[in-house]
Each structure stands twice: as C-alpha cells, then as structure tokens.
Design a protein around this ligand. Sequence first.
Ligand code: CS2
Ligand code: MG
Length: 403
Amino acid sequence: MKISDARIIVCSPGRNFVTLKIETDAGLSGIGDATLNGRELAVASYLTEHVVPCLIGRDPHQIEDTWQYLYQGAYWRRGPVTMSAIGAVDTALWDIKAKAAGMPLYQLLGGKSRSGVLVYGHANGSDIEHTVDEVLRMREQGFKAVRAQSGVPGLAKVYGVAQGDGRYEPADSSLPSVHDWASHKYLMHTPKLFDALRSAVGPDLHLLHDVHHRLTPIEAARLGKDLEPYRLFWVEDPTPAENQEAFALIRQHTTTPIAVGEVFNSIWDCKALIENQWIDYIRASVTHAGGITHLRRIADLAALYQVRTGCHGATDLSPVCMGAALHFDLWLPNFGIQEYMPHTPQTDAVFPHAYTFSDGMLHPGEVPGHGVEIDELLAAKYPYRRAYLPVNRLQHDATLWSW
Ligand code: CS2
Ligand code: MG
C-alpha cells in the first residue's frame, strides 16, 4: 500500500478546524486533526508546504518510521505547530491501519481496559449561584465529573465563562480581545465557589477547576490549600509550566491533585513533572502532542510514577481528535479522565462520528478506524475566518498576563 494523496481541509462550522486527509492506492483513507486554536493556518501551511510532499509514495503502515522521519528529519524539533502537524499525520495513519485490519483502533492498541471512558463536562456561570445551577444541570445530564468556572466579582470577563447565555467559545474575535485580571480577587472568590458547590452537590460528584496558567507558584499553593476541604478531582494549570520545578513548591503545600499539559507538545515538556511526581494528571492531547505514537510514550512514562492521563478535549480540538482520544483512553492502563465539551450540531454534521455518551462515559464505537469521518462538501460551506484567543492584562496596570 502507498500514500497516493494527502490534503488539508480548513473549515469553520461555528469555529475553525484543520483536518488532514491521507489517501492510499488501496482506496483506504484516514484523517487527523491539525487544529491549533488561533494559529490554524500555520499548521495548514506546515503540512501543505513541508509535510505532504514527503508523504506521497510512503507506506502508510510505517507509522513509527514516518513519525521519526517527520520529527528527527525536520531538524527543527518540537513546538505546537510542528507537533500538531505530526499529530495529524500520525492519527490519520493509525486510522488507515485500523481500517485495513478491519478493527476499531483501540483493538490495535491492545484492546479494552475498561467499560467506557469517564468524562468531565463543563459548567460555568456569571456568579456562584448560576454556576451551582449549571453544575447541578450537568449532573442531571448524567455527568459524574464537572469542571466549574465562574465569574469573579470585580472582573469583567474571566476565562471559561460564557458571555450572555451563549456557548463558551474563547476564540471570539478577528483580533485578540483583552480580558482583565486580578489574582487576589480570584483567590478570595474561588474557595467560596467550591464551598457552595460541595454543599450543593454532596461528596460524590467529581469537581474540577481550571486556573488557566494565571497564578504564581506560591499563589497556586495558597489556592490548593484553600480548596482542600472541597476534595477537588483536580486543579488544572495552576501556574505556567515552562519551569517544571515551580510545581515542587506547590506540591510542598497542598494535597489538592494537579493536572497540567494541554499546551505541551512533547514528552520533554513534562519529563520532570512526571518523574518527580509533581503532578497527578497529564493533559497532553493526541493532536498537539504528536499523535497516538508520541502520546503513548508520554502515558507509559507517566504510568511508572502513578500519573494518570486527563486528555484535553475542548471544542477547539475537533471530533477527529476526540474520536482518536477515546480509543486511546479505552486501551490505556493509566487512564484518568477525558475532557468532553460537546461540539455544535454544525460541527458534528461536518464530522460524523461513532462515539456516543451514556452514563457519564463516552464510548468510541466499534467501526474500523477511529470512527470519525469528514463531510468535505459540507465542510466547504464553512470557510475559514480568522479568530484569535484573547489576551489578558492585569487590571491595575495593564501588565500582559497569561490568559
Ligand atoms: C481549556 C481550553 O479546556 C480547557 O481546559 O484550557 O479550553 C483552552 O482554553 C482552549 O483549548 C484554548 O484554545
Ligand atoms: Mg485547560
């Protein structure tokens, strides 16, 4: 079998997605997600101009050799653009191999290790009361785990909180919008939020929270301590993780579990975090961390240190990424939880998929491959439109801060 063609499909059914489709001379094809929120065309160009020409004529079954060829062979290694491009190629090749074998991808990886994939949904509200209502509504929908984000008194716009009663979509404008931030207001407010939530939901519902890279290490330690009475499943991205050692300080002060890694794109980004057990969950995704082939290496390293996975699954990762992630999650021995933000109906129509939700879990389905396709004619009806993630500035002096 040879790769006969490969093309990049950029579309925007409510938000932008980049999809790589690889076709073979045996009539089989596979797709991979190459979406990098706010930088989509960089990955599309990297694939079109620099990767696709090297793929034509290669044996699609040589997944590992292709991965090494695109990683080591590029000379310029790592980074979100490169690794998202490699992730898309890798996912598409695993899709092809599973289709050629006539089995769902999880079987090729090693079979089922659990009955389904535990997921967490998103709840957000402008204030504590609305957020509590939303968390209760998610529990009514069958979620066993819910991430809660709320507005903060004194801040106009806060990460994770929808404006009005619309869906939450952060890439909201053709140039970066500006949010304001004040860590002290957030640090005073958040324990009150989870006090109210835990009182409302009781002890069984898993509660999660995303700090979104905004605190200093000692502030993150303070938050972790303040949240301990509420037994969170995890606090995510408490501080920027370029300096992995920063998490040693947080770890000294709190037992609140920590999840990091949705912005990571290689094992090198999290090696120290895992080997020192400074985190409890690694969040790297199939798309941004080089595909199934590399994510499997990250997960195997994590398993040595009792670190579990909690793959990123926001709506800016396409259903193709979700589909592939679910097969990975179903097989993986040290699976923790999977993020699940349902996509819009338009997105689901462009990406018909086999995965289903029931009883707080997602199930990848039994069709050969990863179980997700793309309707190219429908995709063409949703042309790309430039959209940026916001930037964040400190409220008191406009210093640029992590968004
Ligand atoms: C968030 C993401 O889901 C999460 O945990 O951190 O929604 C993140 O804000 C987006 O993926 C950024 O594109
Ligand atoms: Mg996050």
